[in-house]
Design a protein around this ligand. Structure first.
Ligand code: AMP
Ligand code: GLY
Length: 435
């Protein structure tokens, strides 16, 4: 079977690596891919943009592709699934209407209210005056969200009224383009975030291992928000009891509501939850795709062949699959970023030490390290930095202590000019478990 994978992040490198572990997968074409997918055996990068639907469809027809797997949210929100399905292709990833759950925060809020899914109190505004008076009435801290896709940058947590007003002006002033036509203003919730990703075929929904991400650039969770600086799984904060509540109150409620609305949602449904100090939880957001960097810690622990799960979702046969099997142990990933990220940074720096840093693939023994590339490119056999988040260094161990030690031991082998990484990935675990 040949698979076409859309995207170019650490998530896509991890998906391609996992798919290739199945004997059934003969080859993967990655559009456009990165330096990591370029070096995977049986994986070929094709320089097509993720929103070049016609180009992707022509490539799929030419190569006899059996399954298209879509990584990022932007092509999903623009209807890549609808487009490719109309050409007769099998696609993993929700259609355009389903992707609204991530693409519009106002849409997602109305959906959650209809489904009875626990979420923060909020209101939607289309102009600044009413938004400002709502903020005055509610008080601070308060959370302001541009409605549309803003690459994780459209959320502002205001700690003063001045900050809230400035955020309202920035959003309505066009700083986020059309993503800022609406603003969602939401109650601030304290607690710890956890990512629950689930696979669904539109009828059955099966959760993956829960993961925790580290959004801020600085140690101790300080500084600017990023795409994610590290993650680990299975997150102990999501207890079995909580996961069974999430299954019923969030995942199954969401599927029932999609069905009620006539939306056939097949793919990943990712619930970003806040675990509140009282042990309850609230949904902050939904995403319509695999998380990045969560995927880089979830997939190394997956024992069931990924390709079987993705096809079962696309063909609405997930209920026929046996329960998802996981490997023992824990996984942690540390992101190596370009100096200056999430602000300005320089690309094109030579990366060394990757082969020394990763352990040999192909056995389940602990500890092990896998390097998943994000912003890298291969140029004349030289690996160069090509983005803000450059590499994900994933360590696998019998427990978190070993997984983290392995990730940090490996990252110490890697060099590029200006490389930055957080040294405190997993710091919340100390309060949750013995590490
Ligand atoms: P979102 O894209 O809606 O998940 O928001 C991005 C980030 O903002 C989340 O991962 C949280 O760290 C933070 N955030 C969003 N909503 C809230 C909220 N209601 N209370 C506290 N933090 C929030
Ligand atoms: N790790 C956060 C996300 O994928 O949105």
């Amino acid at each position: 079977m040949k698979i076409l994978l859309v995207g170019n992040g650490g998530r896509e490198h991890a998906i391609a690596w996992k798919l290739l572990q199945s004997k059934d997968v003969e080859k993967i074409f990655c559009t456009p891919g990165n330096g990591g997918t370029a070096t995977l055996p049986a994986c070929e990068n094709v320089p097509l943009a993720v929103d070049d639907f016609a180009g992707i469809s022509q490539l799929a027809a030419k190569e006899g592709i059996s399954l298209v797997v879509v990584g990022p949210e932007v092509p999903l929100a623009h209807g890549i699934t609808d487009y490719l399905q109309a050409k007769g292709l099998m696609v993993f990833g929700p259609n355009r209407m389903g992707a609204q759950i991530e693409a519009s925060k106002a849409w997602a809020k109305a959906f959650m209210q209809e489904a009875g899914i626990p979420t923060a109190k909020s209101a939607v505004f289309t102009e600044g005056l009413a938004a400002k008076s709502y903020v005055k009435a509610e008080g601070i801290p308060i959370v302001l969200k541009a409605d549309g896709l803003a690459a994780g940058k459209g959320v502002i947590i205001a700690e003063t009224l001045e900050q809230a007003e400035a955020a309202i002006e920035a959003i309505f002033g066009g700083q986020f383009g059309s993503a800022g036509n609406f603003i969602v203003i939401e109650e601030y919730l304290p607690g710890q975030e956890v990512s629950v990703l689930a696979l669904t075929d539109g009828v059955t929904i099966r959760p993956l291992l829960p993961a925790q991400d580290h959004k801020r650039i600085g140690e101790g969770d300080t500084g600017d928000n990023t795409g994610g600086m590290g993650a680990y799984a299975p997150a102990p904060i999501a207890t079995e009891e909580m996961m069974s509540r999430v299954q019923k109150e969030v995942l199954e409620s969401a599927i029932a509501t999609f069905n009620k609305r006539g939306i056939d949602y097949r793919g990943v449904l990712y619930a970003g939850l806040m675990v509140l100090p009282d042990g309850n939880f609230s949904v902050l957001e939904f995403n319509c795709r695999f998380g990045d960097p969560e995927t880089q810690v979830i997939l190394p622990l997956l024992d069931t062949p990924l390709v079987d799960l993705l096809i079962a979702c696309a063909q609405q046969k997930l209920s026929e699959m046996p329960p998802i099997k996981w490997k023992d142990g824990a996984a942690a990933t540390v992101v190596a970023a370009s100096g200056g990220y999430p602000g300005d940074y320089v690309k094109g720096k030579v990366i060394t030490g990757i082969s020394e840093a990763q352990t040999k693939d192909g056995n389940d023994s602990h500890p092990a390290s896998y390097i998943f590339h994000a912003g890298t490119k291969l140029e004349s056999s030289q690996l160069l930095t090509d983005g803000g988040r450059v590499l994900n260094i994933t360590g696998i161990g019998k427990d978190f202590k070993q997984a983290l030690a392995q990730a940090y031991k490996s990252i110490a082998q890697i060099q590029f000019e200006g490389m930055y990484y957080r040294r405190d990935i997993g710091h919340r675990l100390e309060k949750q478990t013995e590490v």
